[in-house]
Design a binder for this molecule. Structure first.
Ligand SMILES: *[C@@H]1O[C@H](CO)[C@@H](O)[C@H](O)[C@H]1NC(C)=O
Ligand SMILES: *[C@@H]1O[C@H](CO)[C@@H](O)[C@H](O)[C@H]1NC(C)=O
Length: 223
């Protein structure tokens, strides 16, 4: 009788675990901090361990503004891979460069979802893209459709930008580093984009020309 009760308790516990994947399959991030430039105060390491450390790989999209003959951002789409387990490895510092080289060499229609595996970060946690929000578009990090949060309808966050700095590496080529806060969803309260590679548009464009997609990679830290 006792063992039956125990079995019952165990199986309902197991059911609970599989029904509510509250915890991502991830390595501890205790003590992990972002490597931020010292000569600025806009991006500051929060006083807490990141909830997620992610590699993003995808494209930044732009359309040509007829008024200025320059490209304006119209969003982005990227695949997000869990890199919390790579954090202590020597390859971590440059994982975004390794991923960018693979992305750059891949045909335009190749699936970006495979890139994580090629840099030792196979777990696809979700997607980053833009959604209509308020009067414009806003970035979203969405873990609801894949990975260990799949099916958890609250596993997303929409962000609003609080600050940006030029990339300390190559600001003409690499998109800004950013800090944002969550305005909807419960995945995170604060998001950072750092260690960017690529993503910047050409400095000018011909009015009337088609929108463009520029490949990029970055690290995203979610707190
Ligand atoms: C960005 O461009 C890609 C194609 O390169 C497209 O699949 C995606 O829907 C675009 N996203 C936005 C927000 O423009
Ligand atoms: C921050 O972003 C704005 C808007 O894109 C841009 O005009 C500004 O130059 C950026 N600031 C820095 C320090 O990169």
């Amino acid at each position: 009788m006792l063992s039956l009760q125990l079995l019952g308790a165990l199986s309902s516990a197991a059911l609970l675990v599989s029904a509510s994947p509250l915890f991502p399959r991830t390595c501890p991030t205790t003590g992990a901090t972002m490597d931020l430039p010292a000569d600025q105060t806009k991006l500051v390491n929060p006083n807490a361990a990141p909830k997620f450390i992610l590699l993003g790989a995808g494209v930044q999209n732009y359309s040509c503004s007829a008024a200025t003959s320059t490209y304006a951002s119209i969003g982005a789409v990227a695949s997000l891979f869990d890199i919390s387990c790579q954090q202590k490895s020597p390859a971590f510092a440059n994982i975004q460069d390794a991923a960018f080289d693979i992305l750059e060499a891949a045909p335009a229609d190749a699936s970006v979802d495979a890139i994580g595996r090629q840099v030792g970060a196979p777990e696809l946690m979700g997607y980053h893209y833009f959604v209509s929000f308020g009067t414009g578009i806003s970035p979203k990090w969405d873990f609801t459709s894949t990975g260990s949060h799949k099916g958890d309808a609250s596993a997303y966050v929409i962000g609003a930008k609080d600050g940006n700095i030029s990339s300390p590496n190559d600001p003409k080529t690499d998109v800004d580093w950013l800090v944002l806060h969550g305005v909807e969803g419960s995945l995170a309260a604060q998001m950072f984009r750092v260690d960017t590679v690529g993503g910047q548009p050409p400095s000018s464009c011909t009015p009337g020309s088609d929108p463009i997609s520029v490949k990029y990679t970055a690290k995203y830290y979610l707190y």
